[in-house]
Design a binder for this molecule. Structure first.
Ligand SMILES: [Zn+2]
Length: 242
């Protein structure tokens, strides 16, 4: 039995056979960095067909409990991530930060274009549309205590994994990289093999973009440590095969 078969057998025993990672597919590297044209589906969002199917099943189950899962972010292209990055970079620079400082501040929550899980069509940011939606909805306090999305967070923590959705950016203090994001879920059966393939890419070459702000700071050494701390700084459940 090889390692993949061993893991799959374990998942079967745990009743999680639907989460079994398949053999590593050969995804076009451009699709892993948001530069390709993926085949995506969804009404008010865009996901890979398999992730969309699982999402719709999960939403229907949540709806029975009065929770209306609304996707506020799903697929995002390289260009879209670059505009988010450049806007934040300019804002932090205008507040007096040096380039390196601005970059460290951006990567508390946002990714370098070409390194976002949102490029894959497997990851979503969700809120509860049955609750109030005002101002910036993706704030940690809105997902806890008497915040409007506390019931959604509790439901997702208990049930999302049954549909293959796992949380990459957990509250675990031992985790490095991006801060805790109770709203972000990833469709593991697809994103695990995609991450495995992604980690083999030459990132410096792939994410290069002439109008990326602060690009000079993002040298080979910086990217190597960022990939380790941030891209791999996720819950171990999403690193199962790596
Ligand atoms: Zn997200």
């Amino acid at each position: 039995m090889n390692r993949l078969e061993f893991i799959n057998a374990g998942l079967t025993i745990m009743g999680l056979s639907h989460l079994q990672p398949g053999k590593i597919m050969d995804t076009d590297p451009n699709l892993l960095i948001g530069k390709g044209i993926p085949k995506l589906v969804g009404k008010n969002y865009a996901l890979l067909p398999e992730a969309d199917k699982a999402f719709r099943e999960m939403s229907a189950a949540a709806q029975k409990q009065g929770i209306t899962i609304k996707v506020v972010s799903s697929y995002r292209s390289f260009e879209r991530q670059k505009s988010i990055w450049n806007r934040k970079f300019s804002r932090f620079k205008s507040e007096g930060m040096q380039d390196g400082e601005a970059i460290r501040k951006i990567i508390e929550y946002s990714t370098i274009p070409g390194t976002s899980r949102h490029h894959w069509g497997t990851d979503i940011d969700v809120i509860n549309a049955a609750s109030i939606q005002e101002g910036d909805v993706l704030l940690t306090q809105k997902f806890h205590d008497d915040g409007p999305y506390n019931t959604l967070r509790e439901w997702m923590e208990n049930h999302a994994q049954d549909y293959g959705f796992l949380m990459p950016y957990t509250k675990d203090e031992k985790r490095s990289g991006f801060k805790y994001e109770p709203w972000h879920y990833s469709y593991a059966p697809k994103s695990i093999p995609m991450l495995k393939q992604y980690l083999k890419l030459d990132h410096r070459e792939l994410i290069f973009s002439p109008d990326l702000k602060g690009g000079d700071e993002l040298n080979q050494e910086f990217l190597k440590s960022y990939i380790k701390s941030h891209v791999m700084g996720i819950d171990p459940s999403l690193l199962r095969l790596i």
